[in-house]
Design a protein around this ligand. Structure first.
Ligand SMILES: [Zn+2]
Length: 302
């Protein structure tokens, strides 16, 4: 069985199998003359990514760029390990995320706070040597040869240090977590609004910016390639509904714990086919917590 699946010319997706889930977390490999790996998965994904390179006939020395969209561990956890394995690869990451790849101590503490009991599922992250890191902030263009060019697009909202990548030849947009989670066989889009820095207005501005690139292919990390560009608008609407609903519930129930329990009860039947126990409760609580924090910090709702 093949590990990778072709989604466009010279572009492949690898299912990392995160949390034991099928088609939930992905890594993209763009087999241009200068190879780029977009996202690096959790740290325990390393062997699978290396096997995928072998399968595609790519030498590790030919990997030019590792491109985690942001430093959440399901996107960047494997970066340090991969940088060791691919000696010529530079790591492209937002300038606010770069320090956390170079010294991941604080990042790991923050993940532990955000995900609580789910922490063991998230693996670890090895430091990336400073000289391998190329910090970006949006607008930079990387020429991979063969007509492939990747532009960095600032994409705050889900996290302030998130970037998306727009590949000009394919008109493919790597959406990171800016366009939600897409479960291919189920309910379609799901929100991803974790603490500590989800910001609704920034997320909506990002979606408008992404749309302005006029992509023809949306390349979801969670999960897969989609030609339905209206997903960007659908997600903007979903986020606004999700925040409004949590705001209402918070005003009615006051207590954060009660709000989370409300949504765990409400969402569990809808999501139980999408997440295994014990991930399910943790995911719902995390997404609600991100909104509660936003409501407190930005709208003063305590
Ligand atoms: Zn994320």
């Amino acid at each position: 069985m093949m590990l990778t699946q072709k989604v466009a010319e010279n572009l492949y997706i690898l299912d990392t199998g995160m949390f034991g889930l099928d088609r939930y977390d992905g890594v993209y490999i763009l087999k241009a003359p200068r190879v780029a790996i977009i996202e690096t998965g959790l740290s325990h994904t390393l062997e699978k990514i290396l096997a995928a390179l072998d399968e595609l006939g790519i030498r590790r020395e030919d990997v030019a760029y590792l491109m985690p969209t942001h430093v959440h561990l399901d996107h960047a956890g494997g970066t340090g390990h991969l940088a060791e394995a691919c000696p010529n690869a530079k790591v492209i990451v937002h300038e606010q995320g770069a320090p956390h790849l170079i010294d991941p101590t604080k990042l790991l503490e923050s993940v532990q706070r955000a995900v609580g009991p789910m922490f063991p599922f998230y693996g670890t992250i090895r430091p990336t040597p400073k000289e391998r890191v190329l910090p970006v902030r949006g607008g930079e263009v990387f020429n991979l040869g063969g007509g492939y060019e990747i532009e960095v697009v600032a994409a705050p909202g889900h996290a302030p240090h998130q970037v998306c990548f727009f590949e000009r030849k394919l008109r493919g947009l790597f959406t990171a977590d800016a366009a939600g989670i897409y479960r291919p066989w189920g309910a379609g889009l799901l929100p991803t609004t974790p603490p500590p820095a989800f910001h609704l207005e920034q997320a909506l501005e990002t979606l408008a910016r992404l749309k302005s690139f006029q992509p023809t292919l949306l390349l979801y990390t969670h999960w897969g390639a989609h030609t339905d560009i209206s997903l960007l608008d659908q997600y903007a609407q979903m986020l606004q509904r999700w925040v409004a609903e949590i705001e209402q519930t918070k005003k009615a129930l006051r207590d954060d714990h009660a709000v989370k329990e409300h949504f765990v009860r409400k969402e569990t039947p809808l999501l139980k086919d999408h997440y295994p126990e014990p991930i399910l409760r943790g995911e719902i609580e995390m997404n609600v917590q991100g909104i509660l924090l936003y409501l407190r910090k930005v709208r003063g709702i305590t």
